[in-house]
Design a protein around this ligand. Structure first.
Ligand code: ADP
Ligand code: TRP
Length: 321
């Protein structure tokens, strides 16, 4: 089974990104043929500082390798290193009714929030359809906000196939229901746009400072405390299993400790959890040439994979003459 996903290079990763998405991708490598790319063309819809985009692309590649994307098991590349995607984007544009794009939630949201609209924002789902259809994946794991984009890719593929025959494979999306939304320090969904994140990488002191800002109930130190709805507990349980989790529950029930103690404990647990990843990241940061080499090899593998498909498309559409 082939699984494909694109990740926007959007800066510092937080634990919501990790438990909601990256961990699943890393797990998928064990059982599926995985394709993962850094969607730098998509990021151009919001990042217009060229130097910044180049930095973000390398930072994302470094972070994903550190967190377990294994170039031996996955094809891992940067979107813009396989230019055929832009060719297919154009081909698919003729099979994309403008009404379909006008109904896209993410476009409507962005315009409603006052973003200046432009064509790249509008045609974003067509590029995403090209990303998907070029590689013929069986499954595209996405967050809820991206379901509609995969559906648009299917609609476009149907229209294309009606004209040229059964060439494009219709993708299925997959939502990981078992992964609950990770709460931020204020209890809302953790998201960069809400400014409530706990980042995976960074300095220990800074991480602890953020953890100390987690909103908690005001209960006297000696009183027993509820753990079910506690933001500190809900974050800690992502990192704990079995006896360790039960032990923490007991500490809540017993009383005698304040939320400050639980926060310090959470900080320690989190710091320990990501230790190995931090070390790997330091390694890749010191060896950026190796990261570039991995990406180059990934782009080569990806390019080979899509050759039969792009040839078929060129022939069918008459671009090959
Ligand atoms: P952000 O909301 O911080 O901008 P993104 O939209 O870039 O995060 O999300 C990247 C990936 O991480 C997506 O697959 C998304 O589903 C996942 N993700 C982000 N925040 C959370 C969260 N709080 N809980 C679970 N998954 C999340
Ligand atoms: N639009 C996706 C996001 O913002 C990223 C993305 C681009 C993608 N192309 C893709 C995801 C293809 C899955 C498949 O999260």
């Amino acid at each position: 089974m082939r699984v494909l996903t694109g990740i926007q290079p959007s800066g510092d990763l937080h634990i919501g990104n990790y438990f909601g998405s990256i961990k699943q991708m890393v797990e998928a490598q064990k059982t599926s043929e995985t394709f993962a790319f850094i969607a730098n063309y998509h990021a151009q819809t919001s990042v217009t500082d060229g130097k910044r985009l180049a930095e973000l692309t390398m930072q994302s590649a470094t972070d994903f390798l550190a967190l377990g994307i294994d170039p031996q098991k996955s094809t891992f590349w940067v979107q813009s290193d396989v230019k055929e995607v832009l060719e297919l984007y154009w081909v698919l544009s003729s099979f994309t009714p403008t009404g379909l794009l006008e109904r896209a939630h993410s476009y409507k949201d962005k315009t409603a929030r006052g973003f200046a609209t432009n064509h790249s924002l509008f045609s974003y789902p067509v590029l995403m359809a090209a990303d998907i259809l070029l590689y013929s994946p069986d499954i595209v794991p996405v967050g809820k906000d991206q379901i509609q984009h995969v559906e648009i890719a299917r609609d476009i593929a149907v229209k294309f196939n009606n004209q040229y025959g059964d060439i494009l494979k219709l993708p299925e999306f997959k939502i990981e229901e078992s992964v609950a939304t990770v709460p931020g320090i204020d209890g809302q969904k953790m998201s960069k746009s809400y400014g409530n994140t706990v980042n995976i990488f960074g300095q220990e002191k800074k991480q602890l400072k953020t953890i100390k800002k987690i909103v908690t109930e005001n209960v006297a130190m000696e009183e027993p405390k509820e753990y079910e709805n506690c933001n500190v507990y809900n974050m800690a349980k992502l990192f704990l299993e079995g006896d360790n989790l039960i032990e923490l529950q007991e500490r809540y029930k017993k009383g005698g400790e304040g939320h400050g103690h639980f926060k310090i404990y959470l900080g320690e647990v989190m710091w320990g959890y990501f230790k190995e990843y931090r070390e790997k990241r330091e390694y890749y940061q010191a060896n950026q040439d190796e990261v570039r080499e991995i990406l180059k090899l990934g782009a080569k593998k990806a390019t080979q994979t899509i050759q039969p498909m792009i040839e078929k498309i060129r022939t069918a559409t008459g671009i090959k003459y």
